[in-house]
Design a protein around this ligand. Structure first.
Ligand SMILES: Nc1nc2c(c(=O)[nH]1)N[C@H]1C(S)=C(S)[C@@H](COP(=O)(O)OP(=O)(O)OC[C@H]3O[C@@H](n4cnc5c(=O)[nH]c(N)nc54)[C@H](O)[C@@H]3O)O[C@H]1N2
Ligand SMILES: Nc1nc2c(c(=O)[nH]1)N[C@H]1C(S)=C(S)[C@@H](COP(=O)(O)OP(=O)(O)OC[C@H]3O[C@@H](n4cnc5c(=O)[nH]c(N)nc54)[C@H](O)[C@@H]3O)O[C@H]1N2
Ligand code: SF4
Ligand SMILES: [Mo]
Length: 738
């Protein structure tokens, strides 16, 4: 296999645009459109409503969709350019095959399908079914998420299927299931507007969920107080009443100390605790020694600020807790989530107006995509693949014998480790770019080079697909009908605006044909997306994630439907837990002990600085999509190392000096961006790039024991200045000319 790292530019330089490439030239943004199609943004979990303008079967622009209640026409910088992907010159317009020493060549679908199927059969008959694995993603619709889970178990008959939400939502999911028995944000965003106190832990909301900020501003207008917990003074932190500059990896000490303070000062809702919860005594005794002063030593947050946070939270009548990956992407991510939930339960602020608790779902369908069965341990309806009753029910929906259903497989990072060990020999991926997005990605690269056969399904040639033998040209959201579920639990309709370009195919059509060639066509005889959705509804019936009462028609009529929605006449459930009937075995909300423990890799003399990673507003995830959208890319074209002036001074680092960042996994160079908005002991690098620019060369592949979430948010590094000043990037030039 070709040796990497090779950047996207290099790919195009090396191999040229493939022969089938024939984009329609020129966008007719100002021409009268043939039609406007109401749908949703393909990027983050807000799933803003948008109308796509279509001319001659090409998406040429957009119009705001004012009536859609969540965003009322507002969009962020990514949402307003997503339409440029449909006609993008880098689109894969047919399957391509990698020929050793030559590069990728277009092939026809017959060749792509027959070669793929014969390799699947060869590998599985030689090494066993589980030696062929699948990796999936939650930019996919609910229909595709469901279909992929079924495809892996019924067509590939492999246990080894997992998804990119493993890097995103699994700590939140595991915490929510433990505490409530159900994995969904508890409230619609409407409850935010009238909360007295809003606490945001580990989320750069203004850059990552820009349209949600409007709700926070409205709450502020109504008098809400805002607490933000982040090692960086993010744009939203700048506006906070109380900013808590937490040392990365120590949030559980903060939450424990706040809980202890609430107990000691009796800022508790005894009625709620006594009647509707369990585990309180055990939990509070686990944080008895978490004093304010002790927590100051661990977290670096002044004790007085922790007291103030506990007072603000404890004395409010209504409150809203929000958290995202900043506290979840840790080897104790689940504990951090439970620490937040404990504060919510201790004050009884759930299941009533303006009281809420939401983990902010990241990817477009990060909510729905974690419900319908393409996780290694999960069946549709967030059912458990090891539970005999659950297996029996889903086997009956799928029309297979329960004994033929594979068991629990490996989680995403573990699955790649198994490839590295030579245990897994074949891979099919759809909607995932693990060589950019998994931690410790030098290992990932070595693993990919060991595969005997790899087929990827994508609409762009992403960095991981560069290692594939075959890449099948798939479809964008605007090219395939389906549904998604937003971060607030609202099931919305994704409408196809145009057919896939060239010879590209809808993802469902690709999976359907593969299934047929693998001999199970009868199990995938769907005529359209609605057929898949109708089967999904039945598969979810009676589960903690009940979609049974949701239909395409109902979604369109009501601007989405909030699950659970168990019957056709049920209106859906925007606010959970009003009945205080939790889905845990004892019917109560569970407190869970989550005392502080160390992160996997504490700093030491050799690696003395904390490294954390995350996002910037204009790039999305592995960057496959946004690095191709000129205006977005121009505003942040390369990863920069955020560093505090005093730490920079200690090393003699100057603005834009290239700094070598080293960890026990690897090293990489980044221009320094000296900012006063970060802790002095911490540096931050955004992770949206591959190859030599990838932050994940440095991150650590240690997982949360429960959720198997990697510790993206903290590891130890050292800095070596190179003395070379990087030329001004387009970004800093643009900045200077302002
Ligand atoms: N522009 C843009 N928006 C996106 C995405 C994108 O790639 N780009 N991706 C979407 C997806 S899939 C996701 S998951 C979300 C992620 O949304 P967020 O979680 O908001 O984004 P991150 O940048 O990963 O991390 C959030 C914050 O965590 C802080 N942090 C780091 N370590 C710690 C810690 O130990 N404790 C605390 N309290 N905070 C810490 C960082 O400083 C950062 O400001 O964004 C979604 N929206
Ligand atoms: N260091 C570090 N690493 C991280 C994180 C971090 O904060 N720090 N965050 C993690 C998080 S939260 C996430 S969510 C992951 C995301 O990591 P990935 O899932 O690897 O990132 P994406 O860019 O979404 O890659 C998805 C691929 O799917 C393709 N795609 C998108 N939509 C579709 C579709 O409808 N059909 C098909 N066939 N393909 C599609 C895109 O073109 C892209 O190539 O990264 C994780 N990695
Ligand atoms: S906030 Fe999210 S869903 Fe809305 S336009 Fe931006 S990226 Fe798209
Ligand atoms: Mo994510």
């Amino acid at each position: 296999m070709a040796k990497l790292p090779i950047t996207v530019d290099k790919i195009i330089e090396d191999f040229g645009p493939h022969e089938a490439y024939a984009p329609k030239q020129g966008f007719q943004g100002h021409a009268e459109p043939d039609k406007l199609v109401k749908t949703h943004c393909c990027f983050c979990g807000m799933q803003c409503g948008i109308q796509l303008k279509v001319k001659d079967d090409v998406v040429v622009g957009f119009e705001p969709w004012m009536e859609f209640p969540f965003n009322e026409g507002r969009m962020c910088p990514k949402g307003v350019v997503r339409y440029l992907q449909n006609n993008h010159p880098d689109r894969l317009l047919s399957p391509i095959e990698r020929v050793e020493g030559e590069g990728f060549k277009p092939i026809d679908w017959e060749t792509a399908m027959s070669r793929t199927v014969s390799e699947i059969k060869r590998i599985q008959s030689t090494y066993g079914n589980d030696a062929f694995a699948m990796l999936s993603g939650v930019s996919l619709t609910n229909e595709l998420s469901y279909m992929v889970g079924k495809f892996a178990r019924v067509a590939l008959k492999t246990a080894n299927i997992d998804y990119n939400g493993r890097l995103c939502m699994v700590s939140a999911g595991a915490g929510n299931k433990k505490a409530f028995g159900r994995d969904r944000a508890s409230n619609s965003w409407a409850d935010l507007k009238h909360a007295e106190v809003i606490m945001i832990c580990g989320s750069n909301v203004s850059e990552t969920f820009p349209t949600l900020i409007h709700y926070i501003w409205e709450a502020r207008d109504n008098g809400a107080k805002l607490i933000v917990v982040d090692p960086r003074i993010t744009p939203v932190a700048r506006t906070a009443d109380l900013y808590l500059p937490v040392r990365p990896g120590t949030d559980s000490a903060l939450f424990g100390a706040m809980l202890n303070y609430l107990v000691e000062n009796d800022l508790l809702d005894h009625d709620f605790i006594d009647n509707y919860t369990s585990g309180f005594e055990e939990t509070i005794s686990s944080v008895k020694d978490h004093t304010l002063e002790w927590a100051e030593g661990i977290t670096g947050i002044p004790a007085a600020s922790i007291r103030q946070a506990a007072e603000m939270w404890g004395r409010a009548k209504t409150s809203f807790m929000l958290h995202a990956r900043g506290i979840e992407q840790h080897s104790k991510g689940v504990d951090n989530v439970l620490g937040c939930i404990n504060l919510v339960l201790a004050t009884g602020r759930i299941g009533k107006p303006y009281c809420g608790y939401n983990t902010i779902t990241g990817q477009g369908n990060g909510q729905g995509g974690r419900e319908h069965g393409h996780k290694c341990d999960q069946l549709p309806g967030n059912r458990d693949i090891t539970n005999p009753e659950h297996r029996k029910y889903i086997a009956s929906v799928w029309g297979i014998d329960e004994k033929d259903m594979p068991g629990k497989g490996l989680s995403a990072y573990e699955l790649v480790e198994a490839i590295h060990r030579g245990e897994i020999k074949g891979l099919i991926s759809i909607c995932f770019n693990p060589i950019v997005s998994l931690p410790n990605n030098n290992m990932v690269r070595e693993a990919l080079e060991k595969l005997e056969f790899y087929v990827a399904i994508d609409f762009f040639l992403n960095e991981t697909a560069r290692h594939a033998n075959i890449v099948m040209a798939g479809a964008l959201h605007e090219e395939e009908e389906g549904t998604g579920t937003t971060a607030e639990g609202r099931v919305v309709k994704i409408n196809a605006a145009v057919p896939p370009p060239g010879d590209a195919r809808a993802d469902a059509a690709i999976l359907k044909e593969l299934a047929a060639r693998l001999g199970v066509g009868d199990k995938f005889a769907y005529r359209n997306s609605e057929d898949i959705f109708n089967e999904l509804r039945v598969a979810s019936k009676g589960s903690s994630v009940d979609y049974y009462g949701i239909t395409y028609e109902k979604i369109e009529k009501n601007f989405g439907v909030f699950w659970p929605c168990p019957t056709l006449d049920h209106p859906g459930t925007p606010r959970l837990w009003e009945d205080k009937k939790f889905l845990t075995p004892d019917g109560k909300a569970h407190f869970n002990p989550a005392p502080y423990r160390l992160s996997a890799e504490p700093v030491d003399a050799e690696y003395p600085i904390l490294l954390t990673t995350g996002r910037v507003v204009s790039q999305y995830l592995s960057g496959t999509q946004t690095r191709r959208l000129g205006r977005l890319n121009d505003s942040y074209p390369e990863p920069l190392l955020e560093i505090h002036p005093s730490l920079a001074q200690q090393y003699g680092i100057k603005e834009r000096e290239i700094v070598k960042v080293m960890t026990r996994r690897g090293e990489a160079e980044f221009p320094a961006q000296i900012v006063t908005t970060i802790r002095q002991d911490t540096v931050f690098i955004p992770y949206h790039w591959g190859g030599r620019k990838s932050a994940n060369q440095l991150t650590i592949g240690v997982l949360d024991p429960t959720s198997k979430m990697p510790e993206f948010k903290v590891c130890a590094c050292k800095l070596v200045p190179t003395g070379v000043i990087a030329p001004p990037s387009k970004e800093s030039l643009a900045y200077q000319s302002r």
